[in-house]
Design a protein around this ligand. Structure first.
Ligand code: GLC
Length: 429
């Protein structure tokens, strides 16, 4: 045996969140939503206003969409046809880092380099056109303080982005300057939205009764339509920055990941659930189990492969683990190591479910639970095995009889379509 069975049980148990722990989390999360909305200084979630309501479904015309928030950035030209219908007229996508060639997200990169790269991409999407006037919607998936639909200032980078000269700036001003440098004055950025808001807009354009939009990918965050039951403000979509919630039962592995991250102390929920961190969490737990120093650098894709191996001898799961640890394991050990990977993933799904339950309970107040959709986008939700299943199961447990009223739908056109819709909505306001 390469590891002690009791130690294994303890490491695995550290990732287990029982139903009571989850119910407590729902209550704490709701309380923090209220604190954030009231602007209380101790609130963990930022609860940022988007200055947008839900789309009417009638939006139409051609708009540009810039989708910027993960490792890939995309620019699109989209024709909105109304009634939930649309057509992508052109689309270009590029990674923000190309090892050995360029890196626009490290602390060595500057705002100018980053935004020139974005302008170039938009230029490709419009094929160098300098005459047709275009309104552009920008999905910018980082915590931003907005004063209206155009003005969004980056508060702080998340997801390990570190480019200099962007924090504290109005991102659309940086984009406008870059567009001007290329002579692209026919392109006017008019709206900035978070990716969660984009998902909600896109889903609500197609299905009425969608009030919650969520990203479960490199990062994890959710927005919802807040109607301010007390009439204190006009209804708007709120970008919660729910990855910042931190009243959570963290393990020493979570603490290790946090310490090694770009922003220790921040985004504690996100660091327990999102694709950027899941592999490393497993790596931290495994290193402890095997008595090794540091954190084995697994990616969430490798974690998925470990969990997906259904062959009896767990050969490919074992190969992935052996490649990182340099140790060899018996089939029985490999099965246990797979169980540990599963525990990391299941915990993630259950925590995210608790956040959704918290929002649903907050929105309904004392009313009956309306039939509704939650729109989710993101590689973890879509591709990591067991996530969708355990998310649903935990939501069912938390909502009990009323769970049937809530349907979770995958909305994977959101970031771009939502940006185009936001641009269109500035015309009809
Ligand atoms: C991070 C960002 C947030 C974004 C999420 C998903 O949590 O802070 O703005 O929505 O990642 O991309």
């Amino acid at each position: 045996m390469n590891f002690d069975r009791e130690k294994f049980n303890a490491v695995k148990a550290a990732f287990t969140l029982d139903d009571d722990a989850l119910r407590t989390m729902v209550e704490d999360f709701r309380a923090d939503m209220r604190a954030g909305l009231a602007g209380e200084p101790h609130a963990m979630m930022r609860m940022l206003r988007s200055y947008l309501g839900l789309p009417s479904g009638k939006e139409n015309g051609t708009f540009l969409a810039l989708d910027f928030g993960g490792t890939n950035v995309r620019a699109l030209r989209i024709l909105l046809k109304g009634g939930g219908d649309y057509e992508v007229l052109s689309k270009v996508a590029k990674p923000l880092t190309m090892p050995g060639l360029y890196d626009h997200i490290s602390a060595d990169a500057t705002a100018e380099e980053m935004f020139d790269f974005l302008a170039e991409l938009i230029d490709e999407a419009i094929e160098g056109n300098r005459t047709t006037p275009y309104l552009l919607g920008h999905t910018f998936s980082f915590p931003s303080r907005q004063t209206d639909i155009y003005n969004a200032e980056l508060i702080i980078w998340t997801k390990e982005f570190a480019t200099r000269g962007v924090e504290g700036k109005v991102v659309n001003d940086l984009l406008k300057e870059a567009l001007a440098r290329r002579g692209m004055t026919n392109v006017t950025p008019v709206a900035v939205i978070n990716d969660t808001v984009a998902v909600l807009l896109a889903a609500a354009y197609k299905n009425e009764h969608t009030y919650i939009g969520s990203i479960y990918a490199t990062g994890q965050n959710t927005c919802y339509y807040e109607e301010f039951a007390d009439g204190s403000a006009p209804a708007t979509i709120i970008n919660m920055e729910s990855g910042g919630f931190c009243n959570l039962p963290c393990t020493k592995y979570d603490d290790a990941i946090d310490r090694e991250s770009e922003k220790p102390g921040a985004q504690r929920l996100e660091k327990m659930v999102s694709g950027r961190y899941l592999g490393a969490l497993y790596g931290a737990a495994l290193a402890d189990l095997l008595g090794a120093d540091g954190i084995y650098p697994f990616t969430s894709i490798e974690l998925s492969e470990i969990v997906a191996d259904a062959y009896l001898d767990r050969h490919s799961a074992g190969a992935a683990i052996e490649a990182k640890t340099g140790m060899t394991f018996s089939a029985a050990e490999r099965t246990l190591l797979q169980e540990l990977a599963t525990a990391v993933i299941v915990r993630s799904a259950r925590i995210v479910a608790a956040t959704y339950a918290g929002i649903i309970q907050h929105r309904r107040g004392e009313d009956e639970l309306e039939n509704q959709f939650i729109a989710v986008d993101g590689s973890v939700y879509e591709k990591v095995p067991l996530v969708a299943h355990h998310l649903r199961a935990a939501l069912d447990m938390l909502l009990m009889d009323e769970a049937v009223n809530v349907q979770i739908i995958l909305e994977n056109t959101g970031s771009a379509l939502g940006a185009a819709l936001a641009a269109a909505m500035t015309e009809t306001k």
